[in-house]
Design a protein around this ligand. Structure first.
Ligand SMILES: [Zn+2]
Length: 207
């Protein structure tokens, strides 16, 4: 059986199981969505928001992109945040990065000429890396640098969120959370909210 056929077959079984557990589940969620949380995470296939938090359909409003970036000139991310805050009235926003992030790693390496869209997307992360050059260069290994930068990135995206007018003028109380996921043990950790100290942009190559 192809992977796609298997996916469809698993869907049939899953839907039947959901109805067996809660006969009205789909009737209920088909009427309205009322998620409490906006999840902003990495597109990495190994960090599926609902799976790792054991959330049901309807519980998370999700935006994922490579390296979980929040850029105000990114219409996709900005529209999700705007809709989540203004229409869905979410009360929590989680920015979730992960250790071993390929996007974060790529931002610390030379540009790949074969990936122009990825390069454009990761440009803000390259600039962030330059601002944290001293911290990153003090890491013991490149892998450690990638993981430290994944943490810094989450904290930076939280700061970017806090500065957005849609967040600052939200009518509801909003709590922002910075989390990081470990691929090695499947655990989420809560990161301190304060941004790491930044340094002036330095012309330093990371790889
Ligand atoms: Zn990633």
């Amino acid at each position: 059986m192809s992977h796609q056929k298997l996916m469809l077959a698993k869907n049939v079984a899953w839907a039947a199981d959901m109805i067996r557990r809660d006969a009205d589940f789909f009737t209920r969620i088909s009427k309205i969505q009322n998620p409490e949380t906006l999840w902003i995470g990495c597109a990495d296939s190994r960090v599926p928001a609902e799976k790792i938090t054991v959330s049901l359909p309807g519980e998370l409003f999700v935006h994922r992109n490579i390296a979980n970036l929040v850029c105000t000139d990114d219409t996709n991310a900005a529209s999700v945040i705007e809709y989540a805050v203004k229409v869905l009235k979410v009360r929590h926003i989680v920015v979730c990065g992960h250790y071993g992030c390929g996007g974060v790693r790529a931002a610390l390496m030379p540009l790949d000429p074969d990936l122009p869209a990825v390069n454009r997307h990761l440009q803000p992360l390259r600039e962030l890396a330059a601002r944290h050059a001293t911290t990153l260069l003090s890491c013991d290994s490149f892998d450690a640098r990638v993981d430290r930068f994944a943490e810094i990135n989450v904290q930076h995206q939280l700061t970017a969120l806090r500065r957005m007018p849609v967040i600052r003028t939200a009518e509801q109380a909003l709590t922002l959370h910075g989390w990081i996921f470990s691929l090695e043990d499947g655990r989420l950790q809560v990161l301190p909210q304060d941004s790491a100290p930044t340094q002036p942009i330095a012309a330093i190559k990371f790889a």
